[in-house]
Design a protein around this ligand. Structure first.
Ligand code: SF4
Length: 424
């Protein structure tokens, strides 16, 4: 039986695919979809993730076939063909990524054949079936990278100092850019070259050489399994999962140790980096000890953010959890592991873990938990106001603050997070 969800906190598969493709530098998404899709998924993602804007080729500039009744009845292949041709002519890019929405999927347009014609003429065009009904933003993210991997990756000689990072989904992690920057900075300190594909203008050329990596690091307890298996099966690249964002000295140290262990990096170097980074973080964290206050917190957001912030708030910052609400709908088979991640704390009872993206259920669970601080999205501000307690926007959607390179990840991100708590 289908159910109605009030205010879900992600977009459709097409939305996640566009968000991912357009942030791989030089990649131009071309959507074969209904007229409302492009605008909705652009405004509904970047703008709702702290007003991050639509970028070079998002928003109303997103090339779209805008399928109307005529295309639904007679097919939209001619229109798509025309759109690809005109986009190649007027929009500069390294790769043109045709992404299909629900309308094209339902009527069964043969997009692959049209794209193959362009490929045979030497144009850098690729296609993925990303109909919105197939899944959420997270599925869109996965399918974009899987399509690129199947299309472009070739065996290359291994480079023991190169790693690929996956799992952080643009906009669904509102701090995705800043978090990737901090994680890259930390791994660089271990002497590693880091491919994240989504920052530092790495682009499609970096992706094409990602099969030389010694390790894939998936920062998520549940997404990108098939992608990791493509690298493992075709190129013998193992992967590790770090379940949740590493936030603060405890988790960031553990993250570095796990990455270093998988790559056989010299232990003395790892210890040195951890000691220096921990010292740096506590130099600042100590400064707020005079105004430290304990609170009972409720947290609402995607799995990575909830696990990362909950661990930091308990293990490094001595706060008391009440309820942790996970809104990104992780697949059933990963849920027990996610609950385990939120269950064993040395100094606190674990929070109640709830999986729901429905605003009514979320508000009800928060009320029952009786927190004195809420970390969530802008949608959770109202319940905080009703309860008369502080609220800080940390998860998608966010409409009450600007986010550019803000970060919570790593040693440095945890300092920013503490500043945010006192500002909120
Ligand atoms: S769910 Fe389908 S119709 Fe709606 S925006 Fe996504 S692709 Fe378009």
């Amino acid at each position: 039986m289908s159910i109605i969800t009030e205010n879900p906190r992600y977009s459709c598969a097409l939305g996640g695919a566009v968000a991912t493709a357009k942030n791989i530098y030089g990649t131009i998404p071309i959507i074969h979809a209904g007229p409302g899709c492009g605008n909705q998924i652009s405004m509904g993602q970047g703008s709702l993730a702290g007003f991050q804007g639509v970028g070079y080729i998002g928003g109303n500039a997103l090339p779209s076939s805008n399928m109307y009744e005529q295309e639904v009845i007679f097919g939209g292949e001619d229109k798509l063909n025309e759109l690809i041709g005109s986009t190649l002519e007027v929009v500069k890019g390294d790769l043109y990524f045709v992404l299909t929405g629900c309308t094209a999927g339902i009527i069964g347009d043969d997009c692959e054949s049209i794209v193959n014609e362009y490929i045979s003429k030497g144009y850098p065009v690729i296609h993925a079936a990303t109909e919105g009904f197939k899944g959420s933003s997270y599925y869109g993210y996965e399918i974009v990278f899987e399509t690129l991997a199947n299309k472009f990756l070739k065996p290359l000689p291994k480079n023991n100092k190169t790693v690929n990072i996956f799992g952080i989904v643009p906009y669904q992690d509102v701090n995705w850019q800043g978090n990737l920057e901090e994680i890259t900075r930390l791994l660089n300190r271990l002497g590693l070259k880091v491919n994240s594909f989504l920052i530092n203008k790495q682009g499609i050329e970096a992706f094409k050489t990602s099969s030389e990596a010694a390790l894939n690091i998936i920062i998520s307890p549940w997404i990108a399994e098939s992608l990791a298996n493509i690298y493992k099966d075709k190129f013998d690249i193992p992967f590790i999962r770090y379940p949740g964002l590493p936030i603060g000295p405890t988790a960031s140290s553990e993250f570095l140790k796990q990455a270093a262990s998988a790559l056989n990096i010299d232990n003395d170097l790892v210890q040195k980096v951890i000691e220096e980074e921990t010292d740096y973080a506590y130099t600042y964290i100590e400064k707020m000890s005079d105004i430290y206050k304990q609170f009972r917190f409720a947290i609402i957001g995607d799995t990575n953010t909830v696990i990362g912030l909950t661990n930091f708030l308990i293990n490094d910052y001595g706060q008391i959890p009440t309820v942790a609400i996970i809104t990104d709908e992780p697949k059933e088979e990963y849920r027990d592991d996610i609950i385990k991640e939120l269950s064993s704390f040395e100094f606190a009872y674990p929070p109640k873990v709830v999986f729901s993206d429905d605003r009514y259920i979320i508000s009800t669970e928060i009320e029952k938990a009786e927190p004195s601080f809420i970390f969530g999205s802008s949608l959770d501000k109202e319940i905080a106001q009703t309860l008369g307690i502080p609220h800080l926007s940390v998860s998608f959607p966010i409409t009450d603050r600007l986010i550019l390179n803000h970060a919570f990840a790593g040693f440095r991100g945890s300092i920013t997070f503490i500043e945010d708590i006192f500002r909120g």
